[in-house]
Design a protein around this ligand. Structure first.
Ligand code: UD1
Length: 383
């Protein structure tokens, strides 16, 4: 491992983000890295997500400075998009190799940039390592397994992730249980989100609505599955309004399967454009329940103490079910409706915060990296 501190220069860290769920994970890392004088973070946006609502809005809400580099790769097939990110990122890294590449989560940008780095012998740090759905039909599961296999620092959010990594033969000294950087961001913006007027703008009553998100290929790319979920929503919206910020992939599929008229005919279903982070946190915090197939929302609702029905057969985040408010309901309409009706009869569950989901994850990560990378400068000035 390089010891940049020994040569009196700062260690350059590439912090990679590409898609919407990455931005709230990198925000606290960037802040902490910039506070550590031994490090010089460079923010790389791959351009996997490029719409204002999927990208720029998050930079504003998270008060993130603009990226130093935008690779502008855009959309494509799995291989097309991953390959374009690799080529563009390799050019950048060959020109000026950093001391460490830090990737977060499980999107195509995560695996693409770690592969480039590992092949050029640049150490890789994976934040949110070790999560496993054990479902290799998900592109994210492939991204997780491959990224973890070639990472040098594996920062985990929960003890089941540590167990998954050790079972796959990852050396224990590479694995660090540090908590959840996404929750660092959630805690940071929660007060600001309390001042958002999004409920008023959308004409919603406090605790009087369900919030829904849906974008997983397994749900929205399959016509039968999508129609089934819509059948469930038809019944749920008779109980309470359902607000649905629509992901571009899902909007495209509604058009492709000719579902737009059916959706427009549902008075209680409100389709809106994707929301920024602060408004979305406000909606999650004040919803009666959340229906989702997202990974991060299972974690955020756990911390906020809001009932969450996950429209998937499995989760890579079992701690949200064991300790949190999450329940897996798949895509069966009867099950979705029955579980919604059950939740509406119950009081709100309390908050169950998993260990180390306390706002201090980014601090722990930067402290560990300082100790490991800046050894010759007595561990740098850790916070
Ligand atoms: C990606 C991630 C997924 C994450 C999700 C959050 C992978 C394999 N998947 O899925 O893990 O949960 O982001 O949103 O990396 N599009 C736009 N504008 C954009 C971005 C995308 O219109 O700014 C459209 C494109 O036409 C594209 C489609 O949405 O074909 C899907 O985008 P893509 O990044 O390929 O995957 P996501 O479904 O967003």
């Amino acid at each position: 491992m390089v010891s940049p501190g020994a040569r009196g220069r700062r260690a350059e860290i590439h912090l990679v983000a590409g898609a919407r769920p990455n931005f709230m994970k990198i925000a606290p890392l960037l802040t902490r890295l910039e506070e550590q004088p031994g490090f010089r973070p460079t923010l790389i946006h791959t351009g996997q997500h490029y719409d204002d609502t999927m990208s720029r809005a998050f930079f504003e809400d998270l008060e993130l400075r603009p990226p130093d580099v935008n690779l502008e790769v855009g959309s494509g097939s799995q291989a097309g998009q991953t390959g374009r990110i690799m080529s563009a990122y390799e050019r950048l890294v060959l020109d000026r190799p950093p001391d460490l590449v830090m990737v977060v989560g499980d999107v195509n940008s995560t695996v693409a940039c770690s592969l480039v780095a590992a092949k050029l012998h640049i150490p890789v740090a994976h934040v949110e390592a070790g999560l496993r759905s054990f479902d290799r039909s998900m592109p994210e599961e492939i991204n997780r397994i491959l990224t973890d296999a070639i990472s040098d620092f594996l920062f985990t959010t929960c003890s089941d992730a540590d167990r998954n990594l050790l079972r796959e033969g990852i050396a224990p000294e590479k694995v660090f249980f540090v908590g959840n950087v996404m929750i660092d961001s959630l805690m940071r913006v929660r007060e600001k989100a309390g001042r958002s007027d999004v409920l008023g703008r959308l004409g919603l009553e406090d605790r009087g609505f369900a919030l829904m998100t849906l974008h997983r290929p397994s749900n929205v790319d399959q016509e039968d599955t999508l129609r089934g979920i819509l059948t469930a929503v038809e019944r749920v919206q008779k109980h309470l309004p359902v607000v649905f910020p629509v992901h571009p992939r899902s909007r495209k599929m509604f058009g492709r399967f000719g579902l737009e008229d059916r959706i427009a005919g549902l008075d209680g279903l409100r389709l809106i454009d994707p929301l920024g982070y602060i408004d979305f946190v406000r909606l999650m915090d004040r919803a009666r329940l959340v229906l989702t197939d997202s990974g991060g929302i299972q974690e955020e609702t756990t911390v906020l103490g809001i009932p969450c029905l996950t429209l998937r057969q499995n989760t890579e985040r079992p701690v949200t079910v064991d300790r949190g408010t999450n329940r897996l309901v798949g895509s069966d309409p009867e099950r979705i409706v029955a579980e919604t009706e059950r939740i509406l009869k119950e009081d709100l569950p309390g908050t169950h915060r998993p260990p180390l989901w306390d706002g201090g994850a980014a601090d722990r990560i930067v402290t560990i990296l300082s100790q490991k990378m800046l050894s010759a400068s007595k561990g740098g000035s850790e916070q």
